[in-house]
Ligand binder design. Structure first.
Ligand code: ADP
Length: 357
């Protein structure tokens, strides 16, 4: 089924390996010029999905279309796809120029085309001054740019990226996240980016497809995935949060925590029945912290440690019942270790699901 405006259609795609359902009826439509992240834990089926899109594997069921054309049985080299992997896979004894030219030589492109493409890709990725170096003479970020260049040099209609930043240190990874997003916007082709790292997915993509146990758990704009998780798995997996257990009150409008003396109003639009057991997730940066000495409602805690995280402070807290909590706050008016505090949240700042999800 093709939808107007979508460039790539993945329709009810499944892949079984014997009794293992690596992918189970996954459907995603991807627009041209869209950056989409496939996010999930290890073993969730992300690479399987990428391999099916690339044509390196065939689905057991379902179809894949590119621009309306059914490519389900088309071999990889006929799909017009570029790929970038976690291992840069650069040839150590070839220069950057020859590494970049490799996909074009494989396709037996004439030298004039190779020269023109090399000039283009080296310009886009700022590699012009590095063309005569060998990979060992490049920094990690430069090697990554060459690997990207090799994925792009044949001017693909789509770029697939499989955890390409996993081997870089944190600072470089953050720089590359910004660069990769900029290249995608500049080139105007879809990037499909597989990662288990939610920070990467959130910083780069337009939309995120969350995969869990081979199933599409959620698909949406990154902000919506972060702010309004529709399933407990997404609430746990995207962002850093704490989980509480609670019971819906007799009025069906309030929730009381099971282990703490704290009650709050159900968020607007959420309907549960009186007595329902629920799980409550609150992102670490959404907690309100008040001094216990000032009174009010909340979970009584002590500040156990304070960790500096750039412009933020991470308060390591222990509730009076002995549970650990983390609350993230701007650096203003820091609280000292051992301070007694009350932790609470606004109803709109938590996510509630039936218990056990
Ligand atoms: P991810 O990329 O999210 O780590 P994969 O797509 O590699 O996950 O794997 C999804 C599931 O399919 C896993 O349970 C994995 O063990 C299984 N799987 C993947 N490839 C094969 C294969 N060739 N044979 C058997 N099982 C496989």
């Amino acid at each position: 089924m093709s939808q107007t405006g979508s460039y790539i259609q993945i329709d009810n795609v499944s892949r079984r390996y014997g009794s293992v359902r690596a992918l189970d009826s996954v459907s995603v439509d991807i627009a041209k010029e869209e950056f989409i992240a496939i996010l999930g834990p290890s073993g969730s089926g992300k690479s399987t999905l990428l391999r099916l899109i690339a044509g390196l594997d065939r689905p057991t069921e379902g179809r894949i279309h590119f621009e309306g054309e059914d490519v389900t049985n088309l071999p990889p080299h006929k799909r017009g796809i570029g790929m970038v992997f976690q291992e840069f896979l650069l040839f150590p004894h070839r220069t950057v120029r020859e590494n970049l030219a490799f996909p074009l030589r494989m396709r037996k492109e004439p030298q004039s085309v190779i020269d023109e493409r090399l000039e283009w890709v080296a310009g886009v990725l700022s590699l012009t001054t590095l063309l005569d170096r060998y990979p060992s003479q490049l920094s990690g970020g430069q090697q990554q740019r060459v690997a990207l260049g090799r994925g792009l040099v044949a001017r693909p209609t789509l770029l697939l990226l499989d955890e390409p930043l996993a081997n870089l240190d944190r600072e470089l990874r953050q720089e590359m996240e910004i660069e990769i997003r900029r290249y995608q916007k500049q080139l105007g082709i879809p990037f499909i980016y597989v990662t288990h790292n939610q920070e990467e997915a959130l910083s780069m993509s337009d939309r995120i497809a969350v995969i869990n146990n081979g199933r599409l758990e959620a698909l949406g704009e990154r902000q919506a995935i972060y702010d309004h998780p529709q399933t407990p798995f997404v609430a746990r997996f995207v962002g850093k949060s704490s989980k509480f257990q609670g019971v819906v009150g007799q009025d069906a409008r309030t929730v009381r925590l099971a282990r703490h003396d704290y009650e709050f109003t159900l968020p607007a639009g959420m309907t549960f029945r009186a007595g329902d057991a629920v799980d409550i997730y609150v992102k670490n940066e959404r907690f309100d912290i008040a001094l216990k000495s000032e009174g009010g409602a909340g979970i009584p805690c002590s500040v156990v440690d304070v960790v500096l995280r750039g412009p933020f402070l991470e308060y390591i807290l222990e509730t009076d019942r002995g549970d650990s909590l983390i609350a993230v706050k701007p650096k203003r008016n820091p609280l000292p270790v051992q301070e007694r505090v009350l932790i609470s949240w606004k109803p709109s700042e938590c996510h509630i699901f039936k218990a056990g999800g």
